[in-house]
Write a protein that binds this ligand. Structure first.
Ligand code: RB5
Length: 141
């Protein structure tokens, strides 16, 4: 599986640490940013969304300070379901019920330990389909 990952400056440190969790397990496409120098989150959210949409069952991780800018931007792409998650429970439900294809983390409002648990919960969860499939089919305009 290929994971597209991106962050702005606020999410850079967490991105680098989360990437290490994936090494050796998944192919990682890191679209940046590459430092803690101030940048604009849409410049990283769009490439991750585009990458995810190119793949069959593509998946991405986006990280900014609150997660909101990344989620708002990625969700402009039809077919992207970017979920802002700050706990393992929310992350599991984002996959089980919403079939989220991008996990968004709020770097300034989550501990590293909780972020790891949140990432693991997201990647271990399975979409339940059924009534949830009907609902996600109603999302796109
Ligand atoms: C950057 O200061 C901050 O605005 C950004 O990381 C994010 O929280 C935006 O949604």
């Amino acid at each position: 599986m290929k994971i597209y990952i991106g962050s702005d400056h606020a999410g850079f440190d967490l991105k680098e640490r989360i990437k290490r969790l994936f090494e050796g397990k998944f192919e990682i496409v890191d679209v940046g940013t590459d430092s803690s120098e101030s940048v604009d989150y849409p410049d990283f959210a769009h490439p991750v969304a585009e990458g995810v949409l190119k793949e069959t069952d593509g998946v991405g991780v986006l990280i900014c300070g609150t997660g909101n800018g990344m989620a708002m931007t990625a969700n402009k792409h039809a077919g992207i379901r970017a979920a802002l998650c700050w706990s393992p429970e929310i992350a599991a439900l984002a996959k089980q019920h919403n079939n989220a294809n991008i996990l968004v983390l709020p770097a300034r409002f989550i501990s590293y330990e909780t972020a790891v648990e949140t990432v693991n919960a997201f990647f271990n969860a399975v979409f339940e389909g059924g009534r949830h499939q009907r609902r996600i089919e109603k999302i796109n305009l």
